[in-house]
Ligand binder design. Structure first.
Ligand code: DAH
Length: 333
């Protein structure tokens, strides 16, 4: 009987090792260890053995075999269960690669980026933002800015006039300075304002000029404002916009709407200078044109090109590239 038990045990262990499904293990369990299983049947026939020693030896062999089969079943169950879990997890995995196939997103044009960054920097310095109309009157664009009809500086602006008003008094603004006038006509000082916008001049496009371009104007009107406030503001702006390793300087110049007037340049870390824009102390005639008393109020103003700033920042050789709408160029910025 012992040989039969050992043979049944070996057969069971081989079958268990080969089983790859939990149901099959259940069937093997029942077949060998169940109520009517192989080993149970052997156990029932122990009584038929003649000597006590035989009974004990066979009983021992039967117990050992039963335990070997039972622990082989448990081990195999654990292995199959974990393999099945791995398979199930694999089947339930969600494939997210589809999300990568989204169309490419666009972004703001580089002039818009420079415009918004300029606004951010000036807001950080305590300024407010204002905008004015692109179609202007001669009064706002020239006359109130201390350029009466015969003033020679007018011819420098290459103005485009509309035929809306027959006498040439309505025009496309040649600079953002008329917004200074509108701001001073609308709100009382103290004024700390920047005014970005699109401007127009009768110009043939070349590497550094476009007939339509962008400027940002600055205006401060308060009591006891001096040239030192102007220089300090330009310098704070330069460092905030370009970086702490840039500096600025003012050079004497002439503008009808400021006195004294200056050109302002910024110095790159490598020591070279870039001319950025104009500035000065608001001319008393300009203050008078909007009904402010120059004895009580003083101020400074500045204006410079946004396109030029964007060009400078990104090292673009030809300003026309910024407007050619060639996506291979535009998408780099
Ligand atoms: N409006 C001038 C231009 O377009 C730039 C400018 C110069 C603006 C001096 C100012 C200023 O406010 O004070 O050339």
């Amino acid at each position: 009987m012992i040989e039969d038990v050992l043979a049944a045990r070996d057969e069971a262990l081989i079958a268990i090792a080969a089983a790859s499904q939990l149901e099959l293990l259940g069937a093997l369990d029942a077949h060998y260890l169940g109520k009517k299983g192989v080993f149970t049947t052997y156990k029932a026939s122990l009584g038929a053995l003649t000597t006590v020693d035989e009974k004990r030896a066979a009983g021992q062999a039967l117990n050992d075999a039963g335990q070997a089969v039972s622990s082989a079943l448990a081990l195999r169950r654990a292995v199959i269960a974990s393999a099945e879990r791995v398979l199930r997890l694999g089947a339930e995995r969600i494939d997210l690669t589809e999300a990568m196939a989204r169309p490419a997103r666009g972004h703001a044009h580089l002039v818009t980026q420079a415009w918004e960054r300029l606004e951010d920097v000036f807001i950080g310095l305590g300024f407010q933002i204002a905008e004015g109309p692109e179609v202007e009157t001669d009064f706002h664009n020239f006359e109130a800015l201390n350029m009466p009809p015969s003033h020679p500086a007018r011819s420098g602006f290459d103005t485009m006039f509309t035929d809306y008003a027959p006498d040439g008094t309505v025009l496309l603004r040649t600079h953002t300075s008329p917004v200074q006038i509108r701001v001073m006509q609308t709100i009382a000082p103290p004024i700390y304002m920047v005014m970005p916008g699109r401007v127009f001049r009768r110009d043939t496009p070349d590497a550094t000029h476009m007939p339509v371009f962008h400027q940002i104007e600055g205006l401060v009107v308060d009591r006891n404002i001096t040239m030192a406030h102007l220089a300090g503001t330009i310098d704070a702006f330069t460092r905030a916009f370009f970086g702490g390793d840039f500096t600025s300087r003012l050079r004497p110049n002439y503008f009808p709407f400021t006195e004294p007037s200056a050109e302002f340049d910024i110095q790159r870390p490598d020591g070279t200078w870039i001319e950025l824009g104009g500035c000065g102390m608001v001319h008393p005639n300009v203050l008078r044109a909007v009904g402010l008393d120059p004895e009580e109020w003083s101020g400074f103003a500045f204006g410079f090109g946004i396109d030029r700033m964007a060009r400078e920042r990104h090292g673009i050789d030809d300003i026309r590239d910024m407007y050619s709408n060639d996506i291979r160029f535009i998408e780099q910025f």
